[in-house]
Every structure is written in C-alpha cells, then in structure tokens.
Design a protein. Structure first.
Length: 581
C-alpha cells in the first residue's frame, strides 16, 4: 500500500491534515464526504474522526482524546501492515504542528510491521526539529543538493527532447544554479514570453532573447509567467491562490463571478494540475506558484476574495469540518492592517467580517483543543483578540486561553490569562465566571505546577464569584461546589445547595462536581454506603455522557472494601486497568 498526504500552513487546514489525507484514501472517503458518511465508515473507531477535523472526542479531556487517537491510529496501521508493506508519504513536513509530529513518532516507533514513512521538508525543518521523529536508528535524512552541471543539462535535454545549444544552456542553467524547479520555470518563462519556440531544427531561442532580462530568482520567474497570462486566466489563478493549495472548480466559480474560471489555460501552462476526484478538483503544481500568485494580489482584492471564499464555505453543511478554513479566510478578510484599504467604503461589511472571524476563530480553537492541539488553539484565540472584539467577548476569549493553558498544567500562565479576563471587562457575570474558574483550577492539584494559593486567596475568589453571579447560574453553582470542596467546615451546609443548583441547571460538569462533593460529605460523616452510592452515580453520569472516567473507577474501591464487596472492588480495579492499557 502507498498513500500520501500534505501538511498545510498554519491557519489553512487542520492539525492532522496529512494523516487525514491518508485516512480518506485508505477508507475510500471522497474529498467531499460529509460527517455522516465518514462516521459510518469509522464505525467503532470514531475517535479517528479527529484526524479529519470532526469533533469526535465526545467531551473527553483533550489529553484522553489524544491518547485514544494515537491508540486508534496504531491499531489501524498495525492492521494495514499485517496485510502487506505500507508506504506513507507526507509532504511539506516543515508546516507540521507538534501534535502531528508526536503522532507520526508514535507510528514510527509503535508499529511493528513493515511501515516506511517518507517525508519531504524544507531545510528549516531540520533547524526547528533537530530531534528525529522516532528513534535515531529509525530515521534517515537525505539532503537534496543542487543538480550538478551535467545533471542540469541532462534535465534540460529531457524537457526539450533535444540537446540545448550554448545560448539556451546559458540562459536557463546559469540563473537556475541547479534548482530543478527553477529550470522548469525559466524554460516556461521563455516560452510564455515568445523568446523560445519550435522551429524546423527544434527549439530555438530568439535572436533578441539575450537582450531581454532573464529573471534571476524563482519568484521573479513565476511572477513573469503569471504576468504573461491573459486577464481572465490571471484572475482565475490569483483567486485559486486564495482558495488554497487544492481547490474545486465549483468553489472557484462562485468567488470570481461573473468571470468563468479559465482552468484549461492554467493546466496547459502547467501552473495547476487536475486531481482525481468525483468533482473537478485542481491543485497548484508547486506551493511557490500559489504563494507568488497570492503575493501579487492587491490588498483590497485579496481581502475581498477571502471574504467571498469564506461566505461560500459558510453556505454549506458540515461547518465544523471547515471551521479552521472559515476562521482563516474571515480573519484574512478582516485583517486590521488591511481594513483601511479594503473596506474603507463599506464599514458595515468590515464589522460583519470581524464578527464572523472572531466567531470562527473561537470555534476552530475549541475544536483544536479537543484534539489536544493546544498551541494551535491558543494561537487562534490570540488572533481573535487581535481583531479587537467587544470587551465582553475579549473576557470570554481570555478565559478560553486560560483553560487551554490549564490543560497543559501551566497554572501560572492560566492565572495570568484569567486575571486578564477580569481586567478587560466590567460585566459582573463575566468576572464571576473568571473568579469561579480560578478557584476551580486550584482544586485539581494534578495539573498545578507551582505552589497553591492560600486558603484566604481562594476564599476571596469564591466570595466575589458568589456575590457577582445570580443564584442558579452556572458561575454561582460552580462557586458553591468549589467552596464546599475547599472548606470542609462548610461542607454540610454547602453540599445540598450545590447539588440543588447543579440539578436545576443543565451543565454536566457542575453536576459531576456536585456529586463528588456529596460523596465527600458522606465519607466525612462515615456514611459509607451513601458515599459509595454517590461515587457510582458519578461514574454512571460520566459513562452515559461518553466521557473517559479514568481513575474515577478507583474511587469506589475503598468503600466497597469496607463493605466487604471484594468481587465488585476487583471488577472496578480491572476496569481501571483496561482504560490504563
């Protein structure tokens, strides 16, 4: 089996895009397959949907979701290589985010059968990632040096179908300096400009060709080729550069109306290539062609195309699958440094685009966090802040940034971010949620990497949360539960209040917290059967919600032992062991 995938630049795809391409190929998913089709094909392995940008973590802790995803990929690839050797080709690894590299490392080290992973990357990848993917003896790096003069001439001969004369050899091979892509593009530039054409004796360079400046960089050569296109073909190429490395004819047609996409000319000139797909799909021959075409776009036109493409994406189903693309295109359309140029005559459009950009950046960050791409999530949220949303939205974004840091156990940065949520907005409820979140964080000692705050500080946070949040709201309920857990002397009074508030609301996590508090109260009062009952109810609650309960299976064991129910205690120990494995 041989299959391949391509990593995308930040903000233009999803964390595991190359493996998503490989998964689609292996399971036979069409490029436009929707979530229902994908989930049906993944039956029993829905967690693999995270690879395709679907939110299939089912509310699990992102770290648990990441571990399950890695285990599912190892199992899948083990099955593939059991049938026969497999080759995975991953292109443009220099754009790969850390979670993708970690999953690839697990595949390289964990798959026992014949698996070869071939990855291409620019030289800067080695500088940014000196450590091997996997163990040193499992990786071999091959550096592609420039072609020698003999190799360059052989390539030019092959492209022309004849041996080049001295003038053509100097015109192409001198500036190219052994870069095979540059050789192709310089040759194409000469043809596009009418300086090189067929004759009775083969390809011939025009007499005045040497007097015409030849591009001395690959970017200049590509810019010259693009400039030689007809107006409609050039507009098509530049619109495609906004759409991405791969695009469909239908999507392109929507964003350049009333023009018709001139894809045939672009294919003929070998700037783009048709891809096998149910609907007409194309990709740029090289990432640099797309980048140069994009850079040549005037700022206002670029912003307008991003807006049009985002609106076209939004006018479809399965938006979560496209969340990162929607976030990217709306954010590029609403960039603050281009706003005065692009939207000076239409401030209402700018307001709409900024609101949509913030909405989709936040949703894309949430989905990234679910697949444990925490750095990506934080970057998306920071990008949302750069668009200067209203203070109440800024506060919510800072809380999300704080939560992302907490997932990684970075309590110090969590506290810095959550305090920013209090500072940027004077809305009482927003502040109450921030204070309640600060207090909730310190109850989970497993993720705190620095000294706990004093009881007085925590009590102050809780008092402010309870004073600012109306009774019965989520922040008030959470503060009650944390206050009961943090101050045992108030447990008997606060536990019933926290339970009543949690069961009145619809927040699953508040109910989990309230059940845990009830169990703690029963245990302190030596009501062993009641303590066990609350623990079992908590497990039932988390299981019914599809959440990974982890070491919660260990919690009932002491009470079961005290009650002499040893077989049940062993059963819960075994269930915990199964999850650990």
């Amino acid at each position: 089996m041989r299959t391949s995938g391509v990593a995308w630049p930040n903000g233009q795809g999803i964390t595991y895009a190359p493996l998503g391409d490989i998964l689609r190929s292996h399971l036979g998913f069409e490029a436009d397959a929707g979530p229902d089709r994908i989930l049906a094909g993944l039956a029993g392995r829905e967690i693999l949907g995270l690879t395709l940008g679907l939110d299939t973590g089912h509310g699990r802790n992102p770290r648990d979701a990441r571990d399950l995803l890695h285990a599912a990929w190892l199992s899948l690839v083990d099955e593939i290589v059991a049938i026969g050797p497999a080759v995975f080709v991953v292109e443009d690894l220099h754009w790969a985010p850390p979670p993708l590299l970690e999953l690839m490392a697990d595949l390289v080290t964990g798959v026992a059968g014949p698996l070869l992973v071939v990855a291409t990357a620019r030289p800067e990848y080695a500088e940014a990632h000196p450590a091997p993917v996997g163990t040193p003896n499992q990786q071999q790096a091959l550096w592609l040096d420039p072609l020698t003069d003999e190799q360059s001439e052989a390539m030019l001969t092959n492209l022309l179908g004849q041996r080049p004369d001295d003038r053509l050899r100097r015109a192409v091979l001198g500036p190219a300096e052994g870069n095979p892509f540059f050789i192709e593009e310089l040759l194409a530039t000469l043809i596009d400009r009418g300086l090189l054409g067929p004759s009775a004796d083969g390809w011939r360079l025009a007499d005045d060709a040497t007097a015409t400046p030849v591009p001395d960089t690959i970017r200049a050569a590509l810019a010259t080729r693009i400039d030689c296109l007809g107006p409609d073909a050039r507009a098509t190429l530049q619109a495609a550069s906004v759409a991405g490395r791969t695009f469909t004819a239908a999507a392109l047609g929507r964003i350049i109306e009333p023009l018709r996409p001139q894809l045939g000319e672009l294919v003929e000139r070998d700037l783009i290539r048709r891809q096998p797909s149910a609907q007409p799909t194309y990709s740029f021959k090289h990432a640099l062609i797309r980048q140069v075409a994009y850079d040549l776009l005037p700022a206002a036109r670029r912003a307008g195309l991003h807006a049009a493409f985002a609106d076209a994406l939004a006018d479809s189903a399965d938006l979560d699958e496209r969340a990162s693309l929607l976030a990217h295109h709306y954010a590029e359309a609403a960039r603050t440094d281009l706003a005065d140029v692009a939207w000076a005559d239409d401030p209402a459009a700018l307001t709409r685009l900024r609101e949509l950009a913030v909405t989709w950046l936040r949703r894309a960050a949430e989905l990234a966090e679910h697949r444990y791409a925490v750095d990506e999530a934080i970057a998306l949220l920071q990008q949302a802040l750069d668009l200067a949303p209203p203070p109440i939205t800024q506060a919510a974004i800072w809380r999300a940034i704080a939560d992302a840091h907490l997932i990684c156990g970075d309590y110090t940065t969590f506290q810095t971010a959550i305090l920013r949520a209090v500072q940027v907005c004077d809305d009482p409820y927003q502040q109450a949620e921030a204070y309640a979140s600060m207090a909730a964080a310190v109850t989970d000692a497993g993720v705190i990497m620095s000294a706990l705050p004093s009881a007085g500080v925590v009590e102050g946070w809780l008092e402010r949360a309870l004073a600012l949040a109306p009774a019965g709201t989520g922040a008030h309920t959470l503060a009650l539960s944390i206050q009961a857990a943090w101050f045992p002397e108030h447990l008997a009074t606060l536990a019933p209040q926290a339970l009543a508030a949690a069961e009145h609301g619809d927040n699953l996590y508040h109910r989990i917290e309230a059940y845990a508090v009830q169990g703690s109260l029963a245990r302190r009062q030596r009501r062993i059967s009641d303590a066990l009952d609350w623990r079992l109810r908590l497990i039932q609650l988390t299981e019914s919600a599809g959440l990974a309960v982890g070491d919660e299976y260990l919690q009932p064991i002491p009470a079961l032992m005290q009650l002499g129910r040893f077989a049940e205690a062993r059963d819960y120990a075994a269930r915990n062991e199964t999850i650990a494995v």
